[in-house]
Each structure stands twice: as C-alpha cells, then as structure tokens.
Design a protein around this ligand. Structure first.
Ligand code: ZN
Length: 260
C-alpha cells in the first residue's frame, strides 16, 4: 500500500520502519502551456500519476509515502505569458531543503524528488547533491524531461517528426491532459510550433546541446507551444499514463532495494 503523508496519524508514523521506507516529494509547476492547455498542466499530470500509483500499486505498508505536492515550481522562463506563477531558484531551494529537513526529522532516510517540469530539473539535481551532503540521506531525482523515462513508449506512440515534437504543451503533455482532464483542454486552439528552423544551420547549438543555450520561452516560440500537440489523442494519453504508473512503481521498487 502507498499512502499520502497527510493521511497518516503522527503516532502511526512514529512506529513505522523508516529505515526501509522512501518518501516521494512531488514538485510540479503552474505555467503557460500554449492556448489550448491549462496553466496547471504539469501539476495535473503529476497529481493524476501519483493518484493512480497510490491506488494501484502494492508495496509493504509504510514503505512508500507521498508527501504534499508543490504546485508552483521554478518557471521564470515562462514569465511574460499570463497565468505563469514562479518561485525563484533560491526560494524553491529553501522550500525543498526545509521540507526535507522536516522529513528527515521524522526519521526518514530516503527521498525521491519527483518532478514533472523541465524547468525544475537543473535545480533539483543540484539540491539532491546538497541534501545528500548536508543530511547524509539518500536522495534521488525522478525526472522525465532530461532522461530516457518515456523512450520506450514514445518509440511506439510518438508521431511527431521534429526532435522538438515532445517538449512543452506537446504531443505527450496534450495527450496526457486529454486523458486526465479533457474538460480543461481547448482543442480548437491547438497549434504546432517547433524551433527547428531557428537551429537548422547550426551543428552544435540546440535546446539539447552539446552547446546548450540559456533560453527563455519567448526566444524559441511565439505561441508558447514547443511541439506538435495536433498529434495528441486521449487514447495515447491513456497509454502514456499506464506506462508511467508501471515505470514509477518499478523505479520505486529499485530505490527500496538499492543501498548507498
Ligand atoms: Zn509542461
């Protein structure tokens, strides 16, 4: 059984085998996602994924806890688009550090920073190392934007030809929201936009490296979309979601086994 932190009685938590437990700390974002997806897209996707994970997956009681989700992340790249909320890197660093200090104080020694927004990733990797050094605990970063997390399912389902087809408010995210909360999507306003042309004459500069550029969203898209949401469907979204729930369960099992 997986439990939400907020649903546990203090006394019961005191008696848990915290040496062998892991706490997922969910971190998401509230930011523009083009003219067709809600600003809460990253939050909605992560919340739904974790709800499925909690409902479906079977772990030993008390071994897997889901801490309260941080809805607002670091989204300064999207400022200038209405509806974006952001914390500064410093503030988000402090919030995550202080929550971790509380989690450690309760006796837990393993944390997975569970992230759904690409703009948080660099900071989370940095924080993970600092938390490891400061508290001596095991810290993991779950991230699907700059890892191969989706690779297997995208190989089967992705239709976008552009390397930027799955990036932001894209085929992947739009499919997921169509499956989870279709009433929040305005399908009539879907537009595709990718920065392929911007980088077409460059050998090294891109949004994937090997030379990364420090970019803000308005540098690379007018619509706020980076990708091809016109190829999104709810059916694909269902497949993406069940793939993600199974994979998250496999990842958590491995973290529970792994010692360092
Ligand atoms: Zn997103």
């Amino acid at each position: 059984m997986v439990k939400y932190w907020k649903d546990i009685i203090s006394k019961d938590m005191e008696e848990m085998d915290k040496e062998n437990a892991v706490v997922l700390l969910p971190i998401s974002a509230i930011e523009q996602h083009g003219s067709h997806l809600p600003v809460g897209t990253d939050s909605i996707i992560l919340e739904a994924l974790l709800a499925e994970f909690v409902k479906e997956k079977d772990f030993e009681v008390g071994s897997v806890l889901v801490a309260p989700q941080l809805y607002v992340g670091k989204s300064n790249e999207h400022m200038g688009f209405c509806g974006t909320l952001t914390l500064t890197a410093k503030t988000l660093y402090s919030v995550i550090e202080e929550l971790t200090a509380s989690i450690v104080k309760s006796g837990f020694k393993r944390i997975i920073l569970t992230n759904s927004h690409g703009g948080n990733t660099d900071l989370l990797n940095l924080i993970a190392r600092d938390l490891r050094i400061t508290y001596g605990i095991a810290v993991y970063v779950f991230d699907w934007w700059f890892t191969n997390f989706w690779a297997d399912i995208l190989k089967e389902e992705k239709q976008s030809q552009s390397p930027y087809g799955v990036f932001h408010a894209c085929e992947l995210e739009t499919s997921l929201v169509l499956a989870i909360a279709p009433e929040t999507v305005n399908k009539d306003r879907i537009v595709d936009e990718t920065p392929d042309e911007m980088f077409q004459d460059e050998d090294y500069i891109s949004l994937f490296g090997p030379i990364n550029i420090g970019w803000k969203t308005k540098d690379v898209t007018k619509s706020g979309v980076i990708g091809t949401p016109s190829l999104a469907t709810a059916a694909k979204g269902e497949k993406f979601m069940s793939f993600a729930v199974d994979k998250l369960a496999a990842i958590v099992s491995e973290v529970l086994r792994f010692q360092y």
